[in-house]
Design a protein around this ligand. Structure first.
Ligand code: CS2
Length: 495
């Protein structure tokens, strides 16, 4: 390859000789969207769709301002700043080829801890019509134990006392909406792009709980002027590895400090409820529907839960990537049984969707050997994921007196995983906000497995279900005695 080129606006024309680049005039694009959480997923999904739109249409209203909310996000902020918001999206196709393109839709970027007021002003600015969020499942501050907003969170306490320098999304949104109200400005759409059932409903409910306390006079203004469409988002986006970065440099001579890698598949199903207008994302493949909840339930219950099943079981066995896990015959059969026996019967309202084909496509996507989706990524923050991905299925099955055998097996495997070692005795890299309590309960569970289920913020009232506790305890004891792979094979052969 010829000389290496640093990715930035100045070099874009030269880079365009090597890979696809935006040809629209980026400096003429207005910021119509503020997006909070500029991790890999946003950059592979919404920023990609929006780039495609800016590329295909002459509308210049929908550039994105990416906001890095947490101290921890310094690196991505600095990278985007250095690269003028540009980055390479590398799609890992099913046959192993790489499709690369530069994405230009992030036209501004802000680092909230550095200048909170700037972020608040941007969210309240007249050009901005939509605030989108990828703040992770845990970011919504919902407590399963309380069944609502967790005011005990110290960051929330901080925001209640420091309205001009908040730390959480709730503090920021409240201040921005307050400015809109005070200045007599138009309302705005707040759109969650996180993997949460009824993500728009959840955002509204959590925000209003906070506002009720922080600025009660704002509640009725929000009810009238802010919309919260639900949406289902999908594109598997592993963490970028150093090899991805060096390969890009080697094969295309593009020096990009943080490209994004993802699978070819993508889906975005959105409720058409945008109070201040929206981009025509349907022209670039998004689907607008009346009721997105059935799609969300399908995706969370099959794809995200499927990931957690493969992640926890695979990690215990000693695998590092999702494809290794799903390409183990018994693990694959276990997942297929879980999807068919426990998840499929509780899905409804999906007329016109070929569920068998969807499940088949999931197995193919998980099995893509080029994606190398890290099991560590999938198992991270499981304490926020299980209550959304897996436990709703358990509760629904209990209600209809159906099977909970597969799900309870995975919960038992998670309890053993939380001891911090795989079955070969090697340490597991556990990244979880609740790591300490998970480990404490996992240790207690060695004596009495049911003690793990006492973490009420995760399990709610499940510990009171005799059927679930029995199935879980049996699975726990079997895994300890025979090992996870043998148990999986036994469960499969009993079907
Ligand atoms: C994954 C998701 O975080 C997880 O556990 O299941 O990140 C998943 O890859 C995306 O939701 C795919 O759309």
């Amino acid at each position: 390859m010829e000389n290496n080129i640093k990715i930035n606006q100045k070099n874009l024309a030269e880079i365009a000789n090597r890979i696809t680049c935006p040809t629209y005039n980026r400096s003429a694009i207005k910021t119509g969207i503020v997006h909070v959480g500029i991790g890999g997923f946003h950059r592979a999904h919404e920023a990609f769709y929006t780039d495609e739109l800016l590329q295909n249409e002459s509308n210049t209203d929908w550039g994105i301002c990416g906001v890095a909310l947490l101290d921890f996000d310094t690196k991505i902020y600095n990278t985007l700043k250095e690269q003028d918001g540009l980055y390479t999206l590398i799609v890992k196709e099913l046959d192993g080829t790489l499709t690369k393109r530069v994405i230009g839709s992030i036209v501004e970027y802000l680092f909230a801890p550095e200048n909170p007021v700037k972020v608040i002003e941007k969210m309240a600015s007249t050009d901005v019509k939509i605030i989108t969020l990828t703040i992770t499942e845990g970011g919504y501050n919902y407590s399963e134990a309380i069944g609502g907003f967790d005011f005990d969170n110290p960051l929330i306490q901080h925001d209640l006392e420091n309205s001009q320098a908040p730390k959480t999304i709730f503090g920021y949104l409240t201040q921005a909406l307050k400015l809109r109200q005070e200045r007599g400005l138009q309302g705005v759409t707040i759109q969650s792009c996180d993997n949460i059932q009824g993500n728009g409903h959840m955002t509204k409910k959590m925000l209003l709980s906070y506002v009720q306390k922080a600025a009660p006079q704002l509640v009725s203004w929000i009810e009238k002027n802010v919309s919260f469409p639900n949406s289902m988002v999908d594109r598997i986006t592993p963490a970028t590895s150093p090899i991805d970065i060096s390969n890009l440099l080697k094969t295309s001579g593009i020096d990009d400090a943080w490209p994004v890698v993802c699978e070819p598949f993508k889906q975005w199903v959105i409720e058409d409820d945008f109070i201040a207008g929206r981009p025509a994302w349907e022209n670039v493949g998004a689907q607008f529907v009346e009721d997105v909840v059935p799609f969300e339930l399908m995706k969370l219950g099959l794809l995200n839960a499927g990931h957690s099943v493969l992640g926890i079981l695979g990690d215990l066995i000693g695998y590092a990537t999702i494809d290794e896990s799903v390409n183990n015959k018994e693990v694959r059969a276990f997942l297929t049984n879980y999807m068919n026996i426990e998840v499929t019967p509780i899905l409804e309202g999906l007329e016109g969707v070929d569920l068998d084909a969807y499940k088949q496509s999931l197995l193919q996507r998980f099995g893509n050997i080029y994606i190398k989706d890290q099991i560590d990524r999938i198992c991270s923050e499981s304490s926020a994921k299980f209550p959304i991905f897996i436990l709703p299925t358990v509760n629904a099955q209990l209600k209809r007196n159906g099977s909970v055998e597969f799900a309870s097996f995975v919960v038992a495997a998670w309890a053993i995983y939380s001891l911090g070692k795989n079955e070969n005795g090697q340490p597991l890299l556990i990244k979880d906000a609740m790591k300490a309590i998970l480990n404490e309960k996992a240790i207690a569970a060695q004596e009495n497995p049911a003690l793990f289920l006492e973490i009420a913020t995760v399990f709610g009232k499940l510990k009171d279900s005799e059927k679930f506790v029995n199935a879980y305890t049996k699975a726990y004891k079997n895994i300890v005695k025979y090992g996870v792979e043998k148990c999986i094979a036994d469960i499969n052969s009993a079907i």
